[in-house]
Design a protein. Structure first.
Length: 313
């Protein structure tokens, strides 16, 4: 269980560094965040996607686990969407809340959790592919369409151009390049691969710093108007998503033991900082992602440990 605690501790420490930067240099931290956000979105995160996906056997993990991971995430997002529609929320609030309730921090915490709790990284890769190849492009497309619709001066503008511009974003392009490298079996020269890997490795700590700085300026769960959405999204991420994973994995897909635990553990992970990054970039509402990232980061560890104990007994 030490890897689980370590993974959560790394996230907490880096986020606290971001909080400290904002507390000690408030005005400068705003400038830093404005500079880092596009850097991560356009450069470091796409490089990370290329590295992660290209070093994965896409064919091997795209069978059983990836469809299960995708079904778990989409059903969880649907639960929040139903609530948001019944509550008459705006399109941007529905989209952001749905992503916050179903997009897990697989890349940062998933690996130590899988290694130390499950014993292999297959569930990590499966959830990662589901998020990178389907969820991220889907949400970025939705975010882009909403953002462009709000900013458009001409309601009759080309919808096709809007969709293409949203689908072919840097993150999706990075995933597609990585998947191509993996499927074709290309080996990049060291002079290209090493710099690519170095740039990609900076993405996660930079995202955590952004999260910490934004957290200092917007304290979690202080906006009463957004509080119901934050609470529902937290409930969906911490309890509904692992519950769906347990039911689908055990009853529908027939998984048992460590295989089932791997799926449930990945579903129980906290909301990823990417949700905040994407929301900032597309100028979407950020209060709910901030709240849910904080709450799920606190609650995910006991839920993950509880899932490990329940499935083991």
């Amino acid at each position: 269980m030490g890897g689980v605690v370590l993974g959560f501790s790394v996230v907490a420490v880096l986020a606290l560094v971001g909080v400290a930067i904002a507390a000690l240099a408030r005005d400068m931290s705003i400038t830093i965040q404005k500079g880092i956000t596009p850097l991560v979105y356009y450069v470091t995160n796409p490089c990370l996607m290329v590295v992660v996906v290209s070093t994965t056997d896409v064919k091997a993990v795209a069978g059983l686990y990836t469809p299960l991971a995708l079904a778990v995430a989409l059903l969880t997002a649907a639960c929040f969407t139903i609530y948001a529609l019944l509550a008459s929320r705006k399109a941007e609030d529905v989209a952001v809340g749905a992503m916050a309730s179903s997009y897990a921090n697989i890349g940062n915490i998933g690996i130590p959790v899988a290694l130390y709790v499950v014993g292999n990284t297959e569930p990590v890769v499966a959830f990662l592919l589901a998020q990178l190849l389907v969820q991220a492009p889907m949400y970025l497309t939705i975010f882009g369409l909403i953002s462009r619709r709000r900013a458009s001066q001409e309601p009759g503008g080309s919808r096709a151009k809007m969709i293409l511009a949203s689908v072919f974003n840097p993150t999706t392009i990075g995933v597609l390049i990585g998947a191509t490298i993996s499927l074709v079996g290309i080996t990049l020269p060291t002079v290209i691969w090493d710099p690519l890997e170095m740039i990609g490795e900076t993405s996660i700590p930079l995202m955590l710093l952004i999260f910490g700085m934004s957290l200092y300026r917007q304290r979690p769960f202080t906006n009463r108007d957004k509080l119901p959405d934050s609470l529902v999204a937290t409930f969906c991420k911490v309890l509904v998503m692992p519950g769906i994973a347990l039911l689908l994995g055990g009853l529908v897909f027939g998984l048992q033991g460590s295989d089932l635990l791997g799926v449930v553990a990945m579903a129980a992970l906290p909301t990823a900082q990417n949700v905040l990054l994407f929301s900032l970039h597309y100028r979407m509402p950020v209060i709910v992602p901030q709240d849910v990232i904080v709450s799920t980061s606190v609650l995910a560890l006991p839920v993950t440990l509880l899932a490990a104990w329940l499935i083991a007994v």
